[in-house]
Write a protein that binds this ligand. Structure first.
Ligand code: BGP
Length: 483
């Protein structure tokens, strides 16, 4: 029997994407390469072993410039949004979406970083996209930087610790706000700030030997610069009182593996360092004591500059946004900060997982929403949530994706429960309304969309769009709020 869910009338239902996973057109209209466009597609024997697709040296990256090895670089092609955006935005509108989350490719706007003027063709591409959203009645949420660091950053050997990088970023961010504040109400300076910095470090010259643990420890100094840059974006946004700036964190709910106090405490420690640390700095504007203690014990240098603390305190984000895909477990044993398991989550025997090992946990979303509201009391927005499945079109040119209908419906139900619990949740953008290139594995076949895109992992296909069963289901959900 259908169940009716309760949501506020003006709840922002939407879909999320990222420039580097949809646009393609990597070398047209003055655009230069970004780091993610230098990572080749690698067929994985074990789909849960994402690390295997990322074992790249700096030389591999350099060789990819003129593709000497004839490899395929999926993020150079995306799903062809650059050429098909009108059709896509129309389909989003017809699905019932009210808001479209997207990002801007930095390398389309400042192809060389220090260009005297922004690239006019790049600017007009985004203006046209925003105009189209406006024409279709879609609000825009804009991520200023969604992982796609320009390649010139790597060539110059820069990290966020270098002033040159934050200066260029701020120039880019301010330009976007000045030019597009009339189209974009919601702004996210960095996608998944708790993961992004690690991507940069991975290819940095300044990366020390020492594995994942060392990378994480080194990343805190970079993060501080990003926190400061984000606070400066918030400060700048005050010029335009009608816009709002939020943070974006990759959130996973984590449970202690059992009630042994050692494991409960270990889970708290992991929650602190994997998520609350970020919210504390960006929402409360202060470094929490547990982090300061950890920095001291591990010899982490933050190198704060005079005025940084005041800036963080004075310009916190106005709302929290986060991605939520899964939950995991923590035990003292698996929770050790050692190489190999720091970014992974432990198994939970009560949950099913996707082909990629992502454990499906709708109730974990309600738990997470309550935690964040209890702790921070700022409006919440789920900026990513969805299920990646390998799919093919059937003879009727559709996909019977009942598992996606189930996944979305169960998550919507828990969101509605959290709202009843008193949580101020004001919107949700699913990842993603349309099939895109996977961020982590570079596959096209890890599909999240309600709209199927006819490209395979090597970008073979027509690129045509087809509606899956979930598209029709979502359309109906928007009208009835019934699951
Ligand atoms: C988030 C990213 C997105 C997105 C999503 C799904 O971490 O912000 O860009 O792709 O995860 O991940 P994946 O594409 O690896 O399945």
């Amino acid at each position: 029997m259908a169940k009716k869910l309760e949501f506020p009338k003006n709840f922002l239902w939407g879909g999320a994407t990222a420039a580097n996973q949809i646009e393609g057109a990597y070398d047209v209209d003055g655009k230069t390469l970004s780091l993610l466009e230098m990572i080749p597609y690698v067929e994985l024997k074990d789909r849960t072993d994402i690390e295997a697709s990322r074992k790249l040296t700096k030389q591999d990256i350099l060789d990819s410039i003129d593709n000497k090895k004839g490899l395929h670089y999926p993020k150079r092609f995306g799903n062809d949004f650059y050429n098909r955006y009108k059709e896509d935005i129309r389909l989003f509108k017809e699905a019932g979406l009210k808001v479209f989350r997207m990002s801007v490719a930095w390398t389309r706007i400042f192809p060389n970083g220090n260009d005297e003027k922004p690239n006019a063709t790049g600017m007009s591409f985004y203006k046209n996209v925003f105009e189209e959203c406006k024409a279709q009645g879609l609000e825009v949420m804009l991520t200023i930087n969604h992982f796609d660091l320009p390649f010139w950053v790597i060539q110059k050997g820069l990290t966020w610790r270098d002033k040159e990088l934050s200066d260029c970023y701020l120039r880019f961010a301010k330009l976007l706000m000045d030019e597009f504040n009339g189209y974009v109400k919601y702004w996210l300076p960095f996608n998944e700030i708790n993961l992004g910095v690690l991507i940069t470090r991975q290819f940095s010259d300044k990366e020390q030997e020492g594995g994942v643990m060392q990378k994480i420890l080194s990343s805190y100094g970079d993060l501080h610069k990003q926190f400061v840059a984000q606070a400066k974006v918030v400060e700048y946004s005050k010029k335009y009182p009608h816009i709002k700036v939020g943070c974006m964190v990759a959130d996973t709910t984590s449970y202690p593996i059992d009630c042994n106090p050692i494991n409960v405490l270990e889970n708290q420690r992991m929650e602190h360092m994997k998520k609350f640390f970020y919210y504390d700095v960006m929402v409360k504007g202060e470094y929490p004591g547990y982090a300061l203690r950890m920095f001291k014990e591990y010899g982490v240098e933050i190198n704060k500059e005079a005025g940084d603390d005041e800036l963080l305190k004075k310009f916190p984000v106005e709302f929290i946004s986060f991605s939520y895909y899964m939950s995991g477990t923590v035990s003292k044993e698996t929770g050790q900060m050692t190489e190999g398991n720091i970014l992974k989550v432990g198994k939970n025997p009560f949950l099913k997982a996707t082909e990629w090992g992502w454990q499906i946990d709708p109730m974990g979303l309600r738990y997470c929403l309550n935690q964040l509201w209890d702790m921070y009391r700022v409006p919440l927005f789920i900026s990513e949530n969805g299920i990646g499945v390998s799919e093919v079109l059937n003879d009727n040119n559709t996909v019977e994706d009942d598992y996606r209908i189930e996944y979305l419906g169960q998550h919507f139900e828990q969101m509605s429960e959290a709202i009843k619990d008193g949580v101020n949740l004001f919107g949700y953008t699913m990842w993603t309304p349309i099939d895109v290139v996977s961020a982590g594995s570079n596959e096209m076949s890890k599909r999240y969309g309600m709209i199927f895109v006819d490209y395979d992992d090597y970008h073979r296909g027509t690129g045509d769009r087809f509606l899956k069963k979930s598209y029709k289901w979502f359309q109906n959900f928007m009208k009835t709020k019934e699951i």
